[in-house]
Every structure is written in structure tokens, then in C-alpha cells.
Design a protein around this ligand. Sequence first.
Ligand code: 5GP
Ligand code: ZN
Length: 118
Amino acid sequence: MTMELDCIFCKIVNKKIPASILFENDTVLAFRDIEQKAPEHILVIPKAHVPSIMDQSLARDTGIWDAVLDAIQTIAKDLNLDTNGFRVVNNMGLHGGQTVDHLHFHVLGGRQMNWPPG
Ligand code: 5GP
Ligand code: ZN
């Protein structure tokens, strides 16, 4: 599995730094964002170091999409976010506001979200 030594999320995958983990299988990991932007704020990431949603490896059948969807649905059910709803966000690149270059999906819930996002 691809990993990058100086990547903070690869370090979380490899348990080199701690995180509050909610869901894990061979392909994905889900853990609480260190800076909660909502009452529930979870990050879902592939365990492999995929830099962004534009990465060509995602076009191949890596199973990442199925695993991300499964994690999001499991988390939403476990945290009872499916009743009132929640938001899934991917920030890509400079204008998208991506600050960690390891693909991640924010799952935000527990309050009314605003639209459009800033
Ligand atoms: P982005 O801005 O790239 O969409 O999201 C990166 C997210 O990673 C931010 O919401 C930030 O709070 C979170 N984050 C950065 N470093 C860590 C860390 O060491 N642990 C955890 N749990 N979250 C982190
Ligand atoms: Zn990484």
C-alpha cells in the first residue's frame, strides 16, 4: 500500500500518531477531525496515499469508492446523522481549500449546514 513518510494522514493510518477512529477496514479509515467544525465532524480517507480526488489511481478499480461509501453510510447510521441529514465535503487543491494532500471526505452533521459554503 502506498504511503508517504511526511504525510500526517499516512501517519494516522499507520498508528504513528493517535486519532479518534470510528471505522476501519482494509481500504479506508474514518476518524474525528482534530478541529471539529460541527458537533460531528469525521474524515473518511483511503488507507493508500492518494493525493487528491484528481489522482489517476482512482479511475482504476481499487475499491476505494465502494469502501468510502460504505464508511460514510455506516458512520451516518452509527451517529444517527441519517435522520436529520448531514454533509459530505471534498476540498480539492488551492481554490478548494485542501490543506492535507491525502484524499479525504469530511462528514459533517449535528447542526443545520449553510449554503453556499464560504
Ligand atoms: P482540508 O482542509 O484539507 O479539506 O481538511 C484537512 C482536515 O484535516 C482539517 O479539517 C484539519 O482540521 C484536519 N487535520 C489536520 N491535521 C490533523 C490531525 O493530525 N489529526 C486529525 N484528526 N485531523 C487533522
Ligand atoms: Zn498520505
